[in-house]
Design a protein around this ligand. Structure first.
Ligand code: AMP
Length: 259
């Protein structure tokens, strides 16, 4: 496995591999089984697997949230190696946002509802960095988790709108045994907060917006940002809550097989 910090070296390394398929798995690190499920799918389906590892400042609005985001590069590299990743692209902030950076991708409508209402500018940061990763890696396929359902919609829209030549692959939400959706942010929860956070997956599991909202409103120690049926593909019951200083999101698709 090769660790690369620059765009130029990534392009050089991939040059000789372009006769085969290239799978890209974008991550912000602090890897867990959710990320690993994407790496495994990419390993199954592609000749070359690239994982990006970049905590993207542009998708964080609050400095404190960015500062407290869990980071452990050494552990992430070990896990990536064990999953058979060929190349990890782990650039600096300056590499991705050179001085004077001012070019943004804004998926205007999809980026401003639900998560976008509570995190203005978040999806602008996401779309911009994902497009940049696409142009650096030029993957055949890119792998994303249904855990971030709105992110998937935003990226799908961007691919269509800008006629990007990449196949979007979406993998189901990976959960702990008790139902909590895996998230890098779960590491920030105390034992007590983690217990309270279980209400989110339980509420969404009703697959009924009003029942979910009632359960969450009655739950102790949670602040509900929203619970809504989103007009995604497929329609999705999505929710976001705050537990202490940690914000958690989750969703269940309302059509297709129950996960
Ligand atoms: P992140 O590092 O949080 O930006 O996530 C990187 C990718 O992993 C995104 O496509 C996420 O949707 C996906 N992901 C995160 N958590 C999960 C999960 N519990 N199940 C499936 N995919 C996930």
């Amino acid at each position: 496995m090769r660790l690369v910090r620059t765009i130029a070296e990534t392009r050089d390394t991939l040059e000789a591999l372009r006769t085969g398929t290239i799978g890209l798995v974008p991550t912000m690190g602090a890897l867990h089984e959710g990320h690993l499920s994407l790496l495994r799918a990419a390993r199954d389906e592609c000749d070359t697997v690239v994982m990006s590892l970049f905590v993207n400042p542009a998708q964080f609005r609050e400095g404190a949230d960015l500062q407290s985001y869990p980071r452990d590069e050494e552990r992430d590299l070990e896990l990536a190696r064990a999953e058979g990743v060929d190349l990890v692209f782990a650039p600096s902030v300056e590499e991705m946002y050179p001085p004077g950076f001012q070019t943004w991708v804004d998926v205007t409508e999809l980026g401003s509802i639900l998560e976008g209402q509570f995190r203005p500018g978040h999806f602008r940061g996401v779309a911009t960095i994902v497009l940049k990763l696409f142009t650096v890696v030029r993957p055949t396929r890119a792998y994303f988790g249904q855990k971030d359902a709105q992110q998937v919609e935003v990226i799908r829209r961007m691919i269509r709108d800008l006629a990007l030549e990449v196949e979007l692959r979406v993998l189901p939400v990976v959960r702990d045994e008790d139902g909590l959706a895996l998230s890098s942010r779960n590491a920030l929860l105390s034992a007590d907060e983690r217990q309270r956070a279980l209400a989110l997956s339980r509420a969404l599991g009703t697959r009924d917006r009003d029942a979910a909202l009632a359960l969450l409103t009655a739950a102790n120690g949670l602040k509900v940002d929203y619970v809504e049926v989103a007009d995604f593909d497929p329609p999705t019951l999505a929710g976001a809550v705050r537990v202490g200083s940690t914000r958690l999101i989750d969703n269940v698709p309302l059509e297709g097989e129950e996960q």
